[in-house]
Structure formats: C-alpha cells, structure tokens
Design a protein around this ligand. Structure first.
Ligand code: OFO
Length: 169
C-alpha cells in the first residue's frame, strides 16, 4: 500500500508528465511550421519520453495498490517566437519538472517510503540528463545567432535523435 499523501503527489506528477508531452507536441507543431524536420524529430522523441515518464508512474502507482486519478491537462502555450526562445522555454519547463520531482521525492522521504524513494531516484537522474541535453541544444542555438546555414546544420544533427524505451525504476 501507499500513503494517501504520496499517492496524491504521484497523481499530481503524472499530470505534469502528461502536460509535458502535450507541451512538447505543441512545440513540435511550431517547428513543423518552420519545416525544420530535425527539430520536429527531436520533439517527437521528447513527447514519447514524457509519455514513458507518465506511464512509468502510472504503472508504479498501480503496482503499489494506489489509485491513479487522471486530471484535466492544462492547455499548452509555447512561449517565444524563435527556435532559441522556444528552447529557453523547454529549459525553464525542465527545471520546473525537476523541482516537482524533487518535491515528490520529499513527500516519499516524509512518509518514509523507501521503495518509492528508490523508484524516484531514476527520475532524479533522468532530470539531470534532460536538463543537460536541452542545455546543449540551447548553447548551440546561442552560438548560431542569425546564421541560417548553421541552423540547418543543427537541424540535421537533431534528426539523428532516436527514442529508446526507458527501463524505469
Ligand atoms: Fe522532461 O521530464 Fe519527464 O520527468
């Protein structure tokens, strides 16, 4: 069984992960409009990863005898009107997600649920990778500035990203 307070915190985070998938899908459509297919691919992988993060928690909550409670997903708003600004938004969002995962781990700590703490360590590590990968693209976009050729080269690089089903927990 799982403590009610922790169950609630998991449900809140499941909603945030599904929102992340929704937000990145909206960003994918932004890049579709620019016809930057490498960026489109990068966001497509990001959407799949966020879904995997959500389903990882859904399955875990089920396994622990908790009740999964789906809530309304907020409307995503893509902030910014250039690829650089959109990636600044991605980084802000990932930093927010990191803070929420940390808050969820704090609840697991508070109720002394060692199994959940162990499970959440995967997400804590994943956030370090997510922020680093987004930060890398952002740094390149800053270097690129207004250079369209360089932007197309980055687009080519981002086309190589592939989704690997993560083994969570
Ligand atoms: Fe992009 O993060 Fe989920 O957890």
């Amino acid at each position: 069984m799982i403590e009610k307070k922790l169950e609630e915190a998991f449900n809140d985070q499941i909603n945030k992960e599904l929102f992340s998938a929704y937000l990145y899908h909206a960003m994918k459509l932004y890049f579709e409009e620019l016809n930057l297919q490498g960026f489109v691919n990068w966001f497509d992988v990001q959407v799949q990863e966020e879904r995997a993060h959500a389903y990882g928690m859904i399955n875990y909550l089920n396994e622990r005898g908790g009740k999964v409670d789906f809530r309304a997903i907020e409307k995503p708003v893509v902030e910014g009107s250039t690829p650089l600004e959109v990636f600044e938004h991605v980084l802000r969002h990932e930093e927010f997600v990191t803070s929420r995962i940390n808050a969820l781990a704090d609840v697991a700590d508070e109720v002394r649920d060692r199994a959940a703490i162990n499970f959440l360590n995967w997400y804590i590590k994943e956030q370090v990778e997510e922020e680093a990968s987004v930060g890398g693209v952002l740094a390149t976009l800053r270097l690129i500035g207004d250079d369209k050729k360089a932007l197309l080269m980055l687009d080519k690089d981002l086309a190589a990203r592939v989704f690997n089903q993560p083994v969570i927990g």
